[in-house]
Ligand binder design. Sequence first.
Ligand SMILES: [Zn+2]
Length: 301
Amino acid sequence: MKLGTYTFQPEKAQGFDFHVLRVKPETGIRLEPVPDMHSNIAVFADNIAVRNHPDWISQSALGPAKMGNNNYNIYWNVVCATQPDHRAEQLSYMQELDQHSPGVWLNSQYFADHGHCTCPRCIELWRKSGLGWLEWRRKEISAYMEQIRERVNKELVLCIQPDPVSSYERYGVDFDDFAKYADAFNVVMFSKNYATPWYWEMLTRGFKKLLKKPFYISLYVFGPGDNPKDVPTAAEILTVSARCARAGADGFLFLTDNASQIQEFQKAAVANVELRNRLKTYGGQPVQELLDRVSIWEKLV
Ligand SMILES: [Zn+2]
């Protein structure tokens, strides 16, 4: 059971096995890599790239992959996944990050969603391929993962959306193809509350059945600019962690803007002795390992 922090600021809270820094989040803003923090980048979701090159945006019959297009769950602007200049620049960027940090964690390294991308280049590439539409999309994404693997020598972790059933149709993502290139997966299970842990546990069981590499689950603790009233409680986060641990997750990342918000979560988790005792009965070794880690936090926070 490995635990990591996942932050927008280059700050490290104590009591974790590793730290992942959002070096380039979907806003497209770039931070300097940090030698002892893994570098996380959103590849095709990139507001700055789309601002600089509006014609690069991913297209579909339901409109472009643009913030505000409510046909999709898109909260930023997404570059077409076959855009050659963006692909090449991102490959070089990943190589540079690999040299200056312990590894590269990717987000948004696939098509924006179902029906993307229908730009003239994609339509031409698809027609020339002789493949069916979904198989062509898969081939485009998997071939890019192979190129990425050639550039990243250290740890490479591939994010997947919390959809074990339709990722192929929606994003062009084939889990078995990804497993050839990834050291691990990161299943992003962000939510502003985890009041019903049963659903997250079910998704975890689905991924455990399908994924041929270890997988982390990323949980939402406190995002940039959040109101403390609108974020999940420490009790919810601890409970959903235990439920997903018993269903087979290999580790967890906790997303915050900065280190102090992680420390607040640690303090609240440590203080809830009644919940920690109750969770001991939730299912064997993985849950116990998680609770042991929380016990170590007692001395740190
Ligand atoms: Zn396209």
